[in-house]
Design a protein around this ligand. Structure first.
Ligand code: HEC
Ligand code: HEC
Length: 218
């Protein structure tokens, strides 16, 4: 799998001494506290991370990706600072794939990169985060706004939910009616994933109602 290979290659170059070339600086400091809010707003709809209640499935599951690096009796044990560096590098220079969705570059900038990297490094692949991911995180919620924030935010702009994603259309401008949102969430599109089976019928109805009621209203 190319994604795993890219991660392995990056790790190997870090393990062999210093940073990978072209990384644009070592990730240092960073507040995991502010990183959590950034992750929810900018990363959650594409990535699973149990500790953040994120269950996105567009990109790799970050609990699974980093579980092995945490050691747990394995010979390869990486420091948290190394995991942080991998995350920061990915945010600045995402690997580009030939097909499917590519991770957009520079979703967060400057010190926010260190914050989000510190947060992911502090939780990804830990036992409690893996367990939370397995039980589906907070997306058990049937609150439309909560579902929107965790499943749709990083791709769509919706002022009422405070989100600024630009992968999909700006919902404030589109102002889709309930039936249109519901159809799109069930079936997905060319790029947008289908949520049938990932969200329950009640959750799909709730998020469609929420979008139809709030798009363009703030
Ligand atoms: C629009 C969807 C999307 C968003 C938003 C997104 N990612 Fe990604 N991410 C991907 C995809 C697809 C990949 C795999 C391909 C690649 O490496 O670019 C990926 C890969 C990664 C990897 C590497 C994991 C591995 O196993 O190699 C990390 C770490 C990561 N993303 C962190 C983040 C963080 C942190 C954010 C928020 C700042 C974020 N992503 C936002 C889609 C996304
Ligand atoms: C990985 C990015 C991504 C995620 C996550 C995502 N969308 Fe989309 N969305 C898109 C894209 C891209 C389009 C444009 C159509 C296409 O190619 O899929 C779109 C289109 C739409 C449309 C317009 C459909 C139409 O009739 O024109 C609506 C409404 C919508 N999305 C709502 C949502 C809701 C609600 C969620 C969360 C449950 C969500 N999206 C999650 C990327 C995304």
């Amino acid at each position: 799998m190319p994604v795993r290979l890219a991660l392995a290659a990056l790790l190997a170059s870090i393990a062999l001494g210093g940073t990978a070339c072209g990384t644009g600086g070592v990730a240092k400091g960073g507040s995991a506290q502010s990183g959590k809010a950034l992750f929810t707003a900018k990363c959650a709809s594409c990535h699973t991370l149990g500790a953040a209640g994120a269950s996105g499935k567009v990109g790799p599951n970050l609990d699974e990706a980093f579980a092995a690096m945490r050691g747990s009796g394995r010979s390869t044990h990486f420091e948290e600072s190394t995991i942080k560096q991998v995350v920061a590098d990915q945010v600045k220079y995402p690997a580009q794939r030939d097909e499917g969705v590519n991770m957009p570059a520079n979703l967060v900038k400057g010190s926010e990169v260190d914050d989000v990297a510190a947060y992911v490094a502090s939780v990804a692949g830990t036992q409690s985060s893996l367990a939370a991911a397995a039980s589906g995180g907070t997306t058990q919620s049937t609150n439309g706004k909560t579902i929107f924030t965790s499943s749709c935010a990083s791709c769509h702009t919706l002022a009422a939910a405070g989100t600024h994603g630009t992968v999909g259309p700006n919902l404030d401008q589109l102002k889709p009616a309930f039936a249109r949102v519901k159809r799109q969430v069930i079936n997905g599109g060319a790029i947008m994933p289908a949520f049938k089976g990932k969200l329950t019928d009640a959750q799909i109805t709730a998020v469609a109602k929420y979008v139809a009621a709030h798009a363009g209203k703030k």
